[in-house]
Ligand binder design. Structure first.
Ligand code: Z5A
Length: 209
């Protein structure tokens, strides 16, 4: 039985989720919790190779091939890293997970969202996040923050970005209990305070169960 807590950080590129994940790790560790930080794609050696293909390949990767690569990374990550960490009672903080596939491959690349849910279910074999923080930011603000060389996914364009963003907002409406929406156009500090409150709520709810 799962003893730890599984918290995922989601949002479009440039939403600031990685910044918040690192701040939350520090916050939880200062409170004495045992945390591990991980990410998709590319947490394990197996996934690093997949990540390299997904983000850096010059080849014209088909939408279906892209989808299966993200799912293969996830299946391995869940079995070999996330499940064992949760069974050890750790708090797992994961940068991107199942909702990224629904938002990017589903709403962004127009793969069937219901089919993706089924494939995600196979990949995660019963492990569901206790909480997902969704950082929502406008395309204009994200672009200002990502003033660097872009990878293959980030080169997909404005229309793709906005389709992914709308997709995330739909997912949040469907699962408001698990997915908490945060306005990430705000300063790092404001976003951090909101994130902390949501994490504290989760911990006190779980410790009362
Ligand atoms: N992908 C997919 O398609 N399907 C899947 O199933 C999965 C992933 C799992 C992974 O990219 C790509 O894979 C991603 C989705 C796709 N592609 N896209 N496009 P990644 O893991 O390399 O990177 P990322 O997750 O997209 O983004 P990122 O570079 O890590 O950015 P971020 O986490 O959103 O932001 P950040 O690194 O925290 O901050 C970026 C900058 O903004 C930095 O300078 C910060 O100091 C600054 N920042 C952060 N917050 C703020 C605020 N609040 N105000 C001002 N400035 C800020």
């Amino acid at each position: 039985m799962q003893k730890g807590l599984f918290i995922t950080f989601e949002g479009t590129d440039g939403s600031g989720k990685t910044t918040q994940l690192n701040l939350i790790k520090e916050y939880l560790e200062n409170k004495g919790f045992d945390c591990v930080v991980t990410r998709e794609p590319g947490a394990l050696d197996f996934g690093k190779k997949i990540r390299d293909i997904l983000l850096n390949s010059d080849e014209n990767i088909s939408d279906n091939a892209e989808m299966f690569l993200f799912l293969a990374d996830r299946a391995q990550h869940i079995d070999k890293f996330i499940k064992p960490a949760l069974n050890d009672g750790k708090i797992v903080l994961c940068d991107r997970h199942v909702d990224s596939t629904l938002a990017y491959q589903g709403y962004g690349r127009n793969r069937d969202v219901e089919m993706l849910r089924k494939l995600n279910n196979i990949a995660v074999s019963g492990v569901i996040p206790d909480l997902t923080l969704l950082f929502d930011v406008s395309e204009e603000n994200a672009a200002k923050r990502l003033d660097r060389v872009k990878d293959r996914m980030e080169l997909s364009g404005k229309e793709f970005y906005n389709a992914v963003r709308r997709g995330y907002l739909l997912l949040q409406k469907e699962e408001p209990q698990r997915i908490k929406l945060i306005d990430a156009n705000n300063s790092i500090n404001i976003v951090y305070n909101i994130s902390k409150e949501l994490i504290d709520e989760l911990i006190s709810r779980k410790s009362g169960e």
